[in-house]
Design a binder for this molecule. Sequence first.
Ligand SMILES: Cc1cc2nc3c(=O)[nH]c(=O)nc-3n(C[C@H](O)[C@H](O)[C@H](O)COP(=O)(O)OP(=O)(O)OC[C@H]3O[C@@H](n4cnc5c(N)ncnc54)[C@H](O)[C@@H]3O)c2cc1C
Length: 430
Amino acid sequence: MPGRRFFLAAASALAATATLAPTRASVATRARIVILGAGAAGLSMASRLAQRLDGATITLVDARKAHYYQPGFTLVAAGLKPAAYAVSRTADFVSPSVRLVEDRAVEIDPEARRVTTAGGQRLDYDFLILATGLSLDYAAIAGMDIARIGRDGLGSVYAGPEAAAATWRAMSAFADRGGTALFCRPSTEMKCAGAPLKYAFLTDDTLRRRGNRGKAELIYNAHNKVLFSVPIVAEKLRMLYRDRGITVNHEHELAAIDPGARTATFRTASGMVPIRYDFINVVPPMRAPEVVRNSPLRWQQGPFAADGWAEVDRATLRHRRYANVFAVGDVAGVPKGKTAASVKWQVPVAVDHLVADIEGRESTERYNGYTSCPMITRVGRAMLVEFDYDDNLVPSFPGVIAPLEELWVSWIMKEVGLKPTYLAMLRGLA
Ligand SMILES: Cc1cc2nc3c(=O)[nH]c(=O)nc-3n(C[C@H](O)[C@H](O)[C@H](O)COP(=O)(O)OP(=O)(O)OC[C@H]3O[C@@H](n4cnc5c(N)ncnc54)[C@H](O)[C@@H]3O)c2cc1C
């Protein structure tokens, strides 16, 4: 069994890969590249393109000045970090040769190759990158009021860093008193599908630490018949939930909430089922942001059409109908990959295909669906679950970090290793 020092070395090695900048020579071009969204994917894309191209006009569009390190929201909502831990400034990660337009894109015309912003700017492009992330559709839950998060037992880790901190206050108050806690996930595609599951584990752990587990009932309402999309992980989670005494209901989707009465109503096969709670972590339906959903770039049919995800090839991330358009990050309509860890593997692929177009060669780079979920099972323990499109487990440290074991090193990866790697990724260095 390797010792702690080894594990720390592994974690810092992960972070150290961050310092390896791409070494390929710059390609001269006058191409105009517009990137919509300056989150994990957009910033990383802009930084890498700035490294690979010489003379390109790279325009990054995002109205939000703050950058959110969203994997940190879970740690904030566990009371382990302040809200500020997850917040930085977008401008600090923008390469000097990239132009940042602090505005929101409202229209894309892929025939005219033009984006229009809310402020009326028209941005003509040769290449367009969709990196808008996704939108949280709280309005789809009748009665939901994000202003009440933190009060009356209402939590929602997803709503932002302050909401994550407010969720911790609500969960902590619940852990002092006990009662019924509800956890759920939407039936739409979602970012970090492990996050709602982690939060049930963290609530269980907080109750145990305070000696109050016996006073509480924890219920996880899954939208379908399984807890997780990867079968072997789903089975492991089923066993862990059973051991922790977390009740699982299947085919329950949150439809409405009455925060005053502390009642959540779930859509089930046998009709609407109201459940009273003392604490709830609301996870809303997630869809492509309007600018993509309302554009011709969305999937026209198939499983990604209803919520307007971008119609890209799952291996190259290139748009299937507009070859000069790519989508990276959460907005991409591909079967897996809505994590920051996926962004790390998607961006180099999309960048290489775009640069190859400019150079007149063909790129052989492929994205295999790599998705990573550090599944926290209690404070100080996690399972580093990594998988691909075909549900194969693809561990980064085979033989060292077992993906389905609750390990301290996997916790350290999440708590210590992930953020420096993430920030380096924004700068195109990881
Ligand atoms: C609670 C939680 C826990 C998570 N845990 C993990 C984890 O442990 N590991 C992991 O790898 N991932 C985790 N994730 C997922 C990860 O944070 C996302 O997958 C990642 O941020 C996706 O990057 P993105 O660039 O696609 O989207 P984002 O980082 O969300 O960025 C999208 C950007 O686009 C901008 N935008 C939106 N619309 C427009 C528009 N019309 N015009 C211009 N700009 C626009 C937004 O303002 C935003 O800045 C977690 C997420 C959450 C919420």
